[in-house]
Design a protein around this ligand. Structure first.
Ligand code: HEM
Length: 376
């Protein structure tokens, strides 16, 4: 290469570096602390790469910036504010929520059904569209509905114990994250759709295999998201896709379940709620809002949103209980006491105990003060 070519390459590299530095000065120019960022990548490699799981990164940042209540990071170019101060969070989620209803949206290839479906999910909607859809979905979680789901959850919890004990008898190690994933998938599918996935009966069942692949943060999946973040328009233009092929499995299951419901017996579950809202004669507009793909999208979202979140919560809770035996004993004692008082672990008993936790000063059960005996 001649000198001119080298000069050109060097100039482009310096300009790109300067551009990156300028994009990564967003937080410092606003006085928000931010850890050193890699040119171009920002903190993407730390927050997303599998070698150092993201929670380790966030945990370190929390310790480092604890006193500032927040820190700024960059997902490639995009500035992200991470905060944990309950007072600021109250503003965002409650007092000033009107300003924070929208999440980031993805502009994906609508020529592909999987991508189009994911864009119909509640989490992708903004403004009034989100509000209307959310109002339809919220009644799934009324106390009456949760109470009626409770026996189904208990059945799946019993199946989880049986499944795990059988594994423990055969192997010295049991992968509880995997088992909790099976438990959550079976529970949500049963409560919200009346679908039996059999993940806790058959270790080779199709549902958990598909779910695991669906959530696998493979190298290709991470690279694709990164490419999308850097170049969303070319990404769409070249018809690259974010949703894995396993999405089809879940869409198919939901479609079959919806078809089976037409004219069939009502269960009063999440799916019925969506179908009833669609056919509501008092709201004729709902028919347009809740098209077939939108109903499929909310259902797939429900399966996906509760799966890894709940499985992770259960894994971390069990891990911490295993590490903190005194807390484990406290929990056992509380549960024994509950069974002695109520005959079993019932919905009502948990709600009463939770209310006691609030009365003792916690904002809810999980936030009860350290001197409280409340653990559930
Ligand atoms: C411990 C378990 C869970 C955790 C930690 C969790 C966490 C979250 C978080 C942080 C959001 C907000 C996401 C955002 O704003 O981008 C969210 C939204 C959502 N979650 Fe969960 N979730 C859990 C369980 C579940 C379950 C079991 C379901 C359903 C069966 C569910 C369904 C949803 C839905 C539908 C949304 C979207 C709400 C909206 O846009 O209005 N989640 N969840």
């Amino acid at each position: 290469m001649g000198v001119e070519t080298w000069l050109l390459v060097a100039t482009v590299a310096v300009l790109a570096w300067l551009y990156s530095r300028w994009r990564h000065s967003y937080w410092s120019s606003r006085g928000v602390p931010s850890p050193p960022a890699l040119p171009f990548l920002g903190h993407y490699h730390k927050a997303f790469f599998i070698s150092r799981t993201s929670w380790i990164f966030y945990n370190e940042m929390y310790k480092k910036f604890r006193d500032s209540s927040m820190f700024g990071m960059y997902e490639v170019w995009n500035p992200i504010l991470v905060l944990w101060d309950p007072e600021i969070m109250k503003h965002i989620f409650i007092k000033d929520f009107d300003h924070f209803t929208d999440r980031r949206t993805f502009d994906l290839d609508t020529g592909n059904e999987r991508e189009q479906m994911s864009m119909e999910m509640l989490t992708m909607k903004t403004g009034a569209e989100w509000k209307n859809l959310r109002a339809i979905m919220t009644p799934t979680f009324t106390s009456g509905k949760i109470k009626s789901m409770f026996p189904l959850v208990c059945d799946k919890a019993d199946a989880l114990v049986k499944f795990s004990m059988k594994q423990a008898a055969e192997n010295p190690h049991v992968d509880m994250k995997n088992n909790f994933g099976r438990f959550t998938m079976d529970t949500i599918a049963s409560c919200a759709f009346g679908i039996e996935c059999n993940s806790l009966v058959d270790k080779n069942a199709e549902f958990p295999r598909k779910a695991e692949k669906f959530f696998l943060a493979s190298f290709t999946a991470i690279m694709k998201i990164m490419l999308y973040l850097v170049m969303p328009k070319p990404f769409k233009f070249f018809r690259a896709h974010l949703n894995p092929s396993e999405t089809d499995f879940f869409m198919d299951v939901i479609r079959k379940t919806v078809a089976a419901r037409q004219g069939g017996k009502k269960r009063g579950d999440f799916l019925d709620l969506l179908l009833e809202a669609r056919d509501d004669p008092d709201n004729p507009n709902n028919k347009q809002v809740l098209g077939e793909l939108t109903i499929v999208a909310q259902s797939v979202l429900f399966l996906a949103a509760g799966y890894d979140t709940t499985a992770s919560l259960l894994s971390f809770s069990s891990f911490l209980l295993a590490k903190n035996k005194d807390q484990q004993h406290r929990l056992r004692d509380e549960l024994r006491q509950m069974v002695a008082e109520h005959g079993d672990i019932t919905y009502q008993a948990i709600m009463e105990d939770s209310a006691k936790g609030v009365a003792r000063g916690g904002a809810n059960g999980a936030m009860a003060p350290p001197n409280s005996t409340h653990l559930l």
